[in-house]
Design a binder for this molecule. Structure first.
Ligand code: GRF
Length: 222
Protein backbone atom coordinates (compact mmCIF):
# COMPACT_ATOMS: atom_id res chain seq x y z
CA UNK A 1 0.00 0.00 0.00
CA UNK A 2 1.69 3.12 -1.22
CA UNK A 3 -0.28 5.71 0.73
CA UNK A 4 -0.77 5.67 4.51
CA UNK A 5 -2.93 2.67 5.25
CA UNK A 6 -6.46 3.72 6.22
CA UNK A 7 -7.34 1.58 9.20
CA UNK A 8 -10.64 0.90 10.91
CA UNK A 9 -10.39 -0.57 14.41
CA UNK A 10 -13.41 -2.65 15.49
CA UNK A 11 -14.03 -3.03 19.21
CA UNK A 12 -16.67 -4.18 21.67
CA UNK A 13 -15.07 -3.33 24.99
CA UNK A 14 -12.24 -1.77 26.91
CA UNK A 15 -9.98 -1.23 23.93
CA UNK A 16 -6.56 -1.63 25.53
CA UNK A 17 -5.26 -2.95 22.21
CA UNK A 18 -6.79 0.07 20.48
CA UNK A 19 -4.92 2.25 23.00
CA UNK A 20 -1.67 0.52 22.09
CA UNK A 21 -2.30 1.43 18.43
CA UNK A 22 -3.14 5.03 19.35
CA UNK A 23 0.01 5.37 21.48
CA UNK A 24 2.26 3.97 18.74
CA UNK A 25 0.75 6.18 16.05
CA UNK A 26 1.00 9.27 18.26
CA UNK A 27 4.65 8.54 19.06
CA UNK A 28 5.45 8.04 15.39
CA UNK A 29 6.38 4.38 15.87
CA UNK A 30 3.47 3.12 13.75
CA UNK A 31 2.60 4.49 10.34
CA UNK A 32 -1.14 3.80 10.10
CA UNK A 33 -3.99 6.24 9.57
CA UNK A 34 -6.46 5.35 12.30
CA UNK A 35 -9.49 6.50 10.30
CA UNK A 36 -12.37 5.27 12.46
CA UNK A 37 -13.11 3.22 15.55
CA UNK A 38 -16.27 1.14 15.16
CA UNK A 39 -18.14 -0.51 18.04
CA UNK A 40 -21.20 -2.72 18.23
CA UNK A 41 -21.69 -1.49 21.81
CA UNK A 42 -22.39 2.17 22.59
CA UNK A 43 -20.85 1.95 26.08
CA UNK A 44 -17.57 0.37 24.97
CA UNK A 45 -14.79 2.26 26.74
CA UNK A 46 -12.70 2.06 23.58
CA UNK A 47 -15.01 4.71 22.06
CA UNK A 48 -13.88 7.10 24.80
CA UNK A 49 -10.26 6.30 24.02
CA UNK A 50 -10.93 7.07 20.34
CA UNK A 51 -12.64 10.38 21.09
CA UNK A 52 -9.79 11.38 23.39
CA UNK A 53 -7.44 10.80 20.47
CA UNK A 54 -9.67 12.73 18.01
CA UNK A 55 -10.42 9.61 15.99
CA UNK A 56 -13.92 9.47 14.40
CA UNK A 57 -16.21 6.87 15.95
CA UNK A 58 -19.17 4.87 14.68
CA UNK A 59 -21.50 2.57 16.53
CA UNK A 60 -24.17 0.19 15.29
CA UNK A 61 -25.80 -2.12 17.80
CA UNK A 62 -26.14 -5.68 16.55
CA UNK A 63 -29.26 -6.11 18.69
CA UNK A 64 -31.11 -3.71 16.40
CA UNK A 65 -30.89 -6.18 13.52
CA UNK A 66 -32.85 -9.32 12.81
CA UNK A 67 -29.88 -11.42 11.77
CA UNK A 68 -26.13 -11.45 11.29
CA UNK A 69 -26.29 -10.65 7.58
CA UNK A 70 -28.29 -7.48 7.99
CA UNK A 71 -26.01 -6.28 10.80
CA UNK A 72 -22.95 -7.09 8.68
CA UNK A 73 -24.37 -5.16 5.74
CA UNK A 74 -25.09 -2.11 7.89
CA UNK A 75 -21.60 -2.28 9.39
CA UNK A 76 -19.99 -2.53 5.93
CA UNK A 77 -22.04 0.42 4.66
CA UNK A 78 -20.95 2.48 7.66
CA UNK A 79 -17.27 1.50 7.34
CA UNK A 80 -17.37 2.32 3.61
CA UNK A 81 -17.75 5.98 4.56
CA UNK A 82 -14.04 5.85 5.44
CA UNK A 83 -12.95 3.47 2.64
CA UNK A 84 -10.60 1.56 4.96
CA UNK A 85 -7.69 -0.42 3.54
CA UNK A 86 -7.45 -2.53 6.69
CA UNK A 87 -9.82 -3.68 9.43
CA UNK A 88 -8.26 -4.41 12.82
CA UNK A 89 -10.45 -6.48 15.13
CA UNK A 90 -9.44 -5.56 18.67
CA UNK A 91 -11.74 -7.30 21.10
CA UNK A 92 -14.63 -7.21 18.61
CA UNK A 93 -16.98 -9.84 20.01
CA UNK A 94 -19.08 -10.56 16.93
CA UNK A 95 -18.51 -13.35 14.45
CA UNK A 96 -18.30 -11.90 10.95
CA UNK A 97 -20.42 -13.54 8.24
CA UNK A 98 -19.01 -14.99 5.02
CA UNK A 99 -20.15 -12.09 2.84
CA UNK A 100 -18.50 -9.51 5.11
CA UNK A 101 -15.25 -11.48 5.24
CA UNK A 102 -15.29 -11.88 1.44
CA UNK A 103 -15.86 -8.15 0.96
CA UNK A 104 -12.69 -7.36 2.89
CA UNK A 105 -10.80 -10.52 1.93
CA UNK A 106 -7.21 -10.43 3.13
CA UNK A 107 -7.71 -7.05 4.77
CA UNK A 108 -9.02 -8.09 8.19
CA UNK A 109 -6.73 -8.80 11.14
CA UNK A 110 -7.59 -10.33 14.49
CA UNK A 111 -5.67 -11.04 17.66
CA UNK A 112 -6.53 -14.18 19.57
CA UNK A 113 -5.21 -14.83 23.08
CA UNK A 114 -3.61 -18.23 22.45
CA UNK A 115 -0.85 -19.78 20.42
CA UNK A 116 -3.07 -20.82 17.50
CA UNK A 117 -3.88 -23.40 16.29
CA UNK A 118 -4.02 -24.29 20.01
CA UNK A 119 -7.08 -23.07 21.89
CA UNK A 120 -9.41 -21.36 19.45
CA UNK A 121 -12.56 -20.03 21.12
CA UNK A 122 -13.10 -18.66 24.62
CA UNK A 123 -11.54 -19.04 28.10
CA UNK A 124 -8.11 -19.67 26.66
CA UNK A 125 -6.15 -18.70 29.78
CA UNK A 126 -7.97 -21.11 32.09
CA UNK A 127 -7.73 -23.88 29.51
CA UNK A 128 -3.96 -23.37 29.25
CA UNK A 129 -3.59 -23.50 33.05
CA UNK A 130 -5.80 -26.59 33.31
CA UNK A 131 -3.71 -28.35 30.68
CA UNK A 132 -0.46 -27.53 32.51
CA UNK A 133 1.06 -25.96 29.38
CA UNK A 134 4.51 -24.43 29.71
CA UNK A 135 3.90 -21.71 27.09
CA UNK A 136 1.00 -19.42 26.27
CA UNK A 137 0.60 -16.23 24.30
CA UNK A 138 -1.30 -14.53 21.56
CA UNK A 139 -1.57 -14.71 17.78
CA UNK A 140 -2.16 -12.04 15.16
CA UNK A 141 -3.79 -13.59 12.10
CA UNK A 142 -5.76 -12.79 8.97
CA UNK A 143 -9.48 -13.36 9.35
CA UNK A 144 -11.15 -15.98 7.20
CA UNK A 145 -14.54 -17.62 7.53
CA UNK A 146 -13.07 -20.15 9.94
CA UNK A 147 -13.24 -18.79 13.50
CA UNK A 148 -9.70 -18.16 14.83
CA UNK A 149 -8.48 -20.23 11.87
CA UNK A 150 -7.05 -17.76 9.36
CA UNK A 151 -3.38 -17.70 8.37
CA UNK A 152 -1.11 -16.55 11.17
CA UNK A 153 1.31 -13.64 11.01
CA UNK A 154 2.94 -13.06 14.39
CA UNK A 155 2.85 -14.77 17.77
CA UNK A 156 4.07 -13.51 21.12
CA UNK A 157 4.77 -16.31 23.57
CA UNK A 158 5.60 -16.25 27.24
CA UNK A 159 6.20 -18.86 29.95
CA UNK A 160 3.20 -19.88 32.08
CA UNK A 161 3.64 -19.59 35.85
CA UNK A 162 1.83 -22.68 37.16
CA UNK A 163 0.66 -20.99 40.37
CA UNK A 164 -0.89 -17.95 38.69
CA UNK A 165 -4.59 -17.34 38.18
CA UNK A 166 -6.25 -17.05 34.79
CA UNK A 167 -6.64 -13.30 35.38
CA UNK A 168 -2.95 -12.87 36.15
CA UNK A 169 -2.02 -14.86 33.07
CA UNK A 170 -4.50 -12.86 30.97
CA UNK A 171 -2.90 -9.60 32.10
CA UNK A 172 0.56 -10.81 31.08
CA UNK A 173 -0.76 -11.99 27.72
CA UNK A 174 -2.46 -8.64 27.13
CA UNK A 175 0.81 -6.80 27.72
CA UNK A 176 2.33 -8.98 25.02
CA UNK A 177 -0.61 -8.25 22.71
CA UNK A 178 0.00 -4.53 23.06
CA UNK A 179 3.49 -5.13 21.67
CA UNK A 180 2.77 -7.56 18.84
CA UNK A 181 -0.52 -6.32 17.41
CA UNK A 182 0.61 -2.85 16.34
CA UNK A 183 3.83 -4.38 15.02
CA UNK A 184 2.04 -6.94 12.84
CA UNK A 185 -0.52 -4.41 11.61
CA UNK A 186 2.33 -2.09 10.71
CA UNK A 187 3.86 -4.84 8.56
CA UNK A 188 0.55 -5.22 6.72
CA UNK A 189 0.14 -1.46 6.40
CA UNK A 190 3.52 -1.06 4.77
CA UNK A 191 2.91 -4.03 2.45
CA UNK A 192 5.58 -6.32 3.95
CA UNK A 193 2.91 -8.83 4.91
CA UNK A 194 0.13 -9.85 2.56
CA UNK A 195 -2.68 -12.36 2.33
CA UNK A 196 -2.61 -14.24 -0.97
CA UNK A 197 -4.56 -17.37 -1.92
CA UNK A 198 -5.36 -18.19 1.69
CA UNK A 199 -1.79 -17.89 2.96
CA UNK A 200 0.41 -15.34 4.68
CA UNK A 201 3.25 -13.89 2.62
CA UNK A 202 6.10 -12.09 4.36
CA UNK A 203 8.62 -10.09 2.31
CA UNK A 204 7.48 -11.81 -0.88
CA UNK A 205 7.67 -15.41 0.39
CA UNK A 206 5.01 -17.80 1.67
CA UNK A 207 5.11 -17.93 5.47
CA UNK A 208 3.03 -20.84 6.73
CA UNK A 209 4.63 -20.49 10.14
CA UNK A 210 4.19 -17.20 11.97
CA UNK A 211 7.01 -15.00 13.18
CA UNK A 212 7.42 -15.73 16.91
CA UNK A 213 8.58 -13.25 19.54
CA UNK A 214 9.45 -14.76 22.92
CA UNK A 215 8.97 -12.79 26.12
CA UNK A 216 10.17 -13.60 29.63
CA UNK A 217 8.10 -13.84 32.81
CA UNK A 218 8.31 -10.08 33.31
CA UNK A 219 7.23 -9.28 29.78
CA UNK A 220 10.67 -8.41 28.48
CA UNK A 221 11.32 -9.44 24.90
CA UNK A 222 14.11 -12.01 24.69
C1 GRF B 1 -7.77 -9.24 23.73
O1 GRF B 1 -7.23 -9.96 24.77
C2 GRF B 1 -7.79 -10.06 22.47
O2 GRF B 1 -6.93 -11.14 22.49
C3 GRF B 1 -9.19 -10.56 22.38
O3 GRF B 1 -9.98 -9.58 22.99
C4 GRF B 1 -9.21 -8.86 23.95
C5 GRF B 1 -9.47 -7.41 23.75
O4 GRF B 1 -9.02 -6.63 24.80
N1 GRF B 1 -9.52 -10.80 21.00
P1 GRF B 1 -9.05 -5.05 24.71
O5 GRF B 1 -10.48 -4.61 24.49
O6 GRF B 1 -8.15 -4.63 23.59
O7 GRF B 1 -8.56 -4.59 26.05
Amino acid sequence: MATRCKTAVLISGSGTNLQAFIDRVESGALNLDLSVVFSNKPDAFGLVRARNADIPTACIEHGDFADRDSFDRAMAAKLDEWQPDLLVLAGFMRILGAAFVARYAGRILNIHPALLPAYPGLNTHQRVLDAGDKWHGSTVHFVTEELDGGPRILQGRLPVIPSETADQLAARVQAVEHRIYPEAAGWVGEGRVEYRDGRTWIDGAIADEPVVHTFDIDGRKR
